[in-house]
Design a protein around this ligand. Structure first.
Ligand code: K2U
Ligand code: ZN
Length: 169
């Protein structure tokens, strides 16, 4: 297993629209393993392949308290959505920044598993938020895109300053 580097806003590679996964082979399984190690180590409750600079439609999540309920969604498609919920979101690609985002409260998702078998799952509350957040990543979208341009520019400047100071340490 290996910890993967997570791209950080405003890296333009985070804006890539991921392509469908077509080959369900050992390298894919290894990537998924490495993504789980990276996510749990961060720590985070979700991770999209885009964030580790792999532009395939693959996301993982685990919103459980004991970090023992992994969820792997390949080529996910939201088939139905209903209701709305507002929750505070963060992002491993936008470290230290949190903001309220409105999302669908309940979603029905069609996806493929690690072997390529299609399945349907329903999600709500934090699971639904996390899946929508990760699918946004696969479409090159970040939660800061739901904020005003002014706020997004402030965040960009704050992160740029943090990175400059980190280089200086
Ligand atoms: O995409 C990511 O960077 C993973 C996010 C997923 C997420 C964001 C907002 C709301 C739910 C899930 C990270 O896990 S951000 C860190 C975090 C950890 C626990 C709760 C919320 C955010
Ligand atoms: Zn994120």
């Amino acid at each position: 297993m290996a910890k993967l580097e997570i791209l950080e806003f405003p890296d333009s590679r985070l804006r890539t629209v991921a392509k469908l996964v077509e080959v369900f082979d050992a390298p894919l399984a290894r990537l998924i393993e490495d993504m789980y190690e990276t996510m749990y180590d961060a720590p985070g409750i979700g991770l999209a392949a885009t964030q580790v600079n792999v532009h395939q439609r693959l996301l993982i999540a685990d919103v459980s308290e004991d970090h023992d309920t992994p969820l792997t969604l390949i080529n996910p498609l939201i088939r139905e959505q209903s209701g709305t919920q507002i929750s505070q979101e963060g992002c491993l690609s936008v470290p230290g920044i949190f903001a309220d985002v409105e999302r669908a409260e309940h979603i029905v998702v069609e996806a493929q598993d690690i072997k390529g078998k299609s399945w349907i799952l329903e999600a709500e509350e934090m699971n639904a938020v996390c899946i929508q957040h990760e699918i946004d990543h696969l479409n090159g979208k970040l939660f800061v895109d739901y904020l005003s341009t002014l706020k997004r520019d402030m965040i960009r400047r704050k992160l740029d300053k943090q990175r400059r100071l980190a280089v200086g340490t």
